[in-house]
Each structure stands twice: as C-alpha cells, then as structure tokens.
Design a protein around this ligand. Structure first.
Ligand code: G1P
Ligand code: ZN
Length: 550
C-alpha cells in the first residue's frame, strides 16, 4: 500500500443502486445496506460529480459517532482526495454534531460538509446509518442538489478513490492524503465558543449554582456528550452528576437516541426522584433535536418554539428582536400567535430543515422550528439541541421562574394550542400510499362534510413556494382545517428505512385559561376520531391505534 503522500488514484467500476434518493434529511438506510460493496462510494461519487465546486476547496467531514462512522469517514477522506478536494477538516474520533458541523463549515468558509448520521434512529450493526450533505451556508443541501445527486447515482458507472492507509483520527494534527490536506480538529471548541457568544453565560452560571435549581442533561450516549461536558460542565459549572449518559457509544448503549419522554428514560427517572432535578433536557443522536422539561412537566416542541420567540429579547444574541420566524407546516400555530403580537412575519414551510435555509440566509427570519423537537436560529443553518437548552436556561435565569410557570404564563397571554402527533409505524408502503392517494382524491369533496362532529372548513395538499428563490415544492402533506379552528395534517415520513410511517398531526386552540390544564389526548379526542374517519385509517392500514403518540 502506498504511503499517504504519493497515493495513486484508482477508478473502480460500479453499478447503480436504485434506492439512493435522499429523504427528509439525507440518505438514510440500514447499516447492512451501507456495508454492501460500493454502496457508500456510489453515493459519495454522485455527490462529488454533482457539486463540482468542491474540487480545490475545503470540505468538513464528521458524524454522530454511531457504528460505521469512522469506516465511512475513512472512505470519504480517500474519495475526497481522489476527487480533488484541497483540504478536509474532520472532527477528532470522527465526531461532529450536526449543528457543530454547520458551525465549522460557516466559520471556515468551507464549500460544504458531509455528515454521517441517521439522527435519532437506533445505531449499531443492526441499526441505521446515513449521510447528509450540507452546502456552503452550513445548511442541508436544497432539494435541487439532493435530486441532482440522486439523478447522478442512477447513471453511475465508476468512482474514484485513492489507495492509502487510514488517517489517524484519534488526535489533533494535520496530515496529507495524496494532494489533499487533512486537519483533525477539536469537534467542540468552535461550537462552544459560538454558544458563549450568544448567551448570557454569567447569568446561567449563577442559575446553576442556585439552591432551588438543579439541572439534569441526558446525552443518551450520543454525540452531545462531549459538547455538554465542555459547555454545561466546564464553562458553566454544572455538576457532573447532572450530566448523564455523556459517553458517546456506537450503539447509543442499545437505546433509541430520540429525546422524548418515551426514550429519555434515565432523565425521566432522575426528574421523578424526591430530590430530583428541576430542569431536564436531552438531545438526539446527532445533537440537533432537544427536549426540555420542568419537574413533572414536559414542554411540547411547538410550544417551546413559541416561548423562545416570545422571550428572545432576554437573550443577548436576540436582544434587538427577531426579523421573523418560521415553522414547518405540521408544527402547531402557537408561534404564529407570538409573531402576530410582535408584528413580525411567520413563514410556514414543508417538513425538513432545508426549507429554512433560504429564509435565514435572506434575513427574513431569526428563529425557526419543527414539532419534532427541532429549534434553531440564524447562528447556524441546522436545528440545534444544546443551543435550545441554553436558550431555555438563559430565559429561566432571566425570569427567575420554573419551566412550568413560564409555560403557564405564556398560555395566559397567548392561549394554548393543544397538539399531538400520532405515528403509525411499520405500515405496508403500498397501503400507506393508497391512503394518501385516497385522501388527495377526496379533497374536492371534503369541505362542509362532518366527521365525528367536526366540520371541514377547508382542505388542501400543501405546496410551498420559496419566497426567496421561487422554487415550488408540492405534495407536502394534506391539511384539513375544521370550522372550530382545529387542524389535522397527514403526511408520510421521509426518514424511515423500512416500510412506511403515517404521521397524523392534530391541534386545537384553547383561549379559556380554565381549560389550560386538560389532558391533551382527551382535549383532542373528537379531532382524533375525525382524523381516523376522514382518512379511513383502519380500512387502509388495518390499525385502529397509533404506534407512537407524542
Ligand atoms: C422527521 C421529522 C422532521 C425532521 C426530520 C429530520 O422527518 O418529522 O420534522 O426534520 O425527521 O430530523 P419525517 O420522518 O417526518 O420525514
Ligand atoms: Zn437529529
């Protein structure tokens, strides 16, 4: 084998794989699929062929540390060198959380970044793997690019790679791979500095020392462990006993790295103890999602976005106010009410972070978020788990109230948007497609019809025209407005790796403060029934109950 400096380029013959179309967030498949000969290489070559600007420029590479991460990174390094990339910045041990990768791309003016992650999907040899491409602005590549990569993957016949030994990823150093420079960087430092520049660390430090306040952050054995230890631990002084599961593991310790009350069991247990924490938080596999809770009190992500928007001026970075906000279409309308009161625009985008990029770049919005535990701002071009936790800590420090009290005050001011998402996982793909086709076909007839006592006021198939570049993205989910003000949304997941998942999102507004304490499922029971009837869920799928309720 040649040494790193004079490595020769091999051109390897290959055949296309039909299933390389990126979904909501990159190409996500089982580890087994990615381990098939040429599978990863084909996709990466399609990427290098589609984004020619990478040659001669800087590329950032990292991942969430799951099984197959470092193998994939070594392949990506060899292929980047063979495809003329001038310089790669790669995280030590192959680690870069998704928001940290976005930060590093922007800070170093890189041409783009490759992030290996399947987000909150389980990891390990039997789990999932994924690859995402972020472009120059640090955000997920827009659909025009991901579609072009897919098109290239369908006609691929060969890929380029250099023959060389592995790059040592275990220490910070610089090296050459053929003509290309590789810099192994600290995955945490730039991101931690950015966080320190946005928030009032002094006040948060004081908060963490208060007797009546106690923090528990659960990294779920995923990528945010080292970030939490540096930022919450070393820079803010959080006790190490309050930082749990911070050792990243290839299989996330056998868990499901999705920050919600179902999977963050360590956190829920800790919060339930008599002397338990008063503020709890968790993040997902690649560090872009967040969950925030008070004692026995879970903050719904849609509400979280609204609270952050309403209190943004308490945070140094957003003191001057917000340019505008955006939420993905299925996210509840709680933030719309805040935007209205603040007199700023509120954009409704399709599901997936890539749709926020143009709005952020154009300065039309400052904050944005999704119901699926994602919140972010113009500080990077990804949703950002720890950023959201710090934002909350900053607000709690400024208001001197508990998480629950902050939410209750918010509902008093704006009213409460009861919200739930029901997922029907593991459906037969054909049946799920038939259900959606049936809904689309019924659209023209729905208006004025009643289901379980709910009357349809309007219904459509959500299409989005990007206000910045004019691109149109159609068929993004069926929306149904009810005469009482409630709303139902249906769409199929674009991140699964087997079968199909139907997501049904339901919400209703409650202005009466005496009714802000109801059980969400009970409060929405009628709308849930209507949602089942309208889409004929049982008839199409054979299911009368969802698999996951959030
Ligand atoms: C899911 C979420 C979506 C999020 C994406 C990536 O996508 O619903 O909000 O952007 O994961 O984290 P879905 O599976 O619904 O296509
Ligand atoms: Zn994620």
């Amino acid at each position: 084998m040649a040494n790193a400096q004079d490595a020769s380029i091999s051109v390897v013959q290959t055949q296309a794989f039909a299933d390389q179309q990126p979904g909501t967030s990159g190409l996500r498949k089982s580890v087994g699929r990615f381990q098939e000969a040429h599978y990863l290489e084909n996709f990466l070559q399609s990427l290098f062929d589609t984004v020619p600007g990478l040659a001669g420029e800087t590329l950032v590479i990292g991942g969430d540390g799951r099984f197959y991460n470092t193998t994939a990174i070594q392949t990506a390094l060899r292929m980047a060198a063979a495809n003329g990339v001038a310089r790669v910045l790669v995280g030590r041990h192959g680690i870069l959380s998704t928001p940290a990768a976005s930060c590093v791309i922007r800070k170093n003016k890189a041409e783009g970044g490759i992030i290996f992650s399947a987000s909150h999907n389980p990891g390990g040899p039997e789990g999932d793997f994924g690859v995402k491409f972020n472009h120059r602005n640090g955000g997920p590549a827009p659909e025009a690019i991901t579609e072009a990569i897919f098109a290239a993957s369908q006609g691929i016949t060969e890929y380029k790679i250099i023959e060389t030994e592995d790059v040592d990823l275990s220490r910070l150093h610089g090296t050459q791979l053929g003509e290309m420079t590789v810099q192994v960087i600290d995955p945490v430092a730039d991101y931690a500095d950015l966080m320190e520049s946005l928030f009032d660390f002094e006040r948060i430090r004081d908060l963490l020392f208060r007797d009546d306040f106690s923090l528990c952050f659960d990294a779920l054995h995923a990528v945010t462990g080292p970030y939490a230890e540096e930022i919450l631990g070393r820079r803010l002084g959080a006790r190490s006993s309050g930082l749990i599961n911070c050792q990243p593991k290839e299989d996330f310790g056998g868990g499901h790295p999705d920050p919600n009350p179902v999977y963050a069991t360590g956190l829920i247990e800790r919060m339930g103890e008599p002397e338990g924490a008063t503020f709890g938080a968790a993040s997902d596999g690649d560090g872009d999602r967040n969950m925030v809770m008070g004692r026995n009190f879970f903050v719904a992500p849609s509400d979280s976005l609204a609270v952050l928007a309403a209190n943004a001026r308490l945070v140094p970075a957003y003191e001057a106010g917000l340019a505008g906000v955006a939420r993905s279409m299925p996210t509840s309308q709680a933030v719309d009410r805040v935007a209205k009161q603040l007199g700023i625009s509120c954009f409704e985008t399709p599901t997936g972070w890539k749709f926020f990029g143009n709005l952020l770049d154009a300065g039309k919005i400052t904050l944005c978020g999704e119901e699926s535990a994602g919140t972010g701002s113009n500080h990077v071009r990804e949703k950002d788990g720890l950023w959201a936790v710090l934002f909350w800590l900053n607000i709690v420090a400024r208001l001197g109230q508990t998480v629950e009290a902050i939410l209750r005050d918010h509902w008093l001011t704006f009213g409460r948007d009861y919200y739930t998402r029901h997922d029907f996982e593991g459906l037969d793909k054909g049946k799920a497609d038939d259900l959606m086709a049936g809904l689309r076909e019924s659209l023209p007839r729905l208006e004025g019809q009643s289901f379980a006592g709910q009357t349809v006021a309007w219904a459509d198939d959500f299409a989005y025209t990007d206000p910045v570049d004019g691109s149109v993205t159609a068929k993004q989910g069926i929306r149904i407005g009810l005469t009482g003000g409630g709303r139902i949304v249906y769409r199929l997941s674009g991140t699964g790796t087997a079968g199909a998942t139907l997501r049904v999102y339901m919400e209703d507004y409650e202005g009466n403060p005496d009714r802000h304490d109801l059980d969400t499922q009970e409060r929405l029971a009628q709308i849930i029934r209507a949602a089942h009837e309208i889409a004929k869920i049982q008839a199409f799928t054979g299911r009368d109950q969802p698999t996951v309720v959030t």
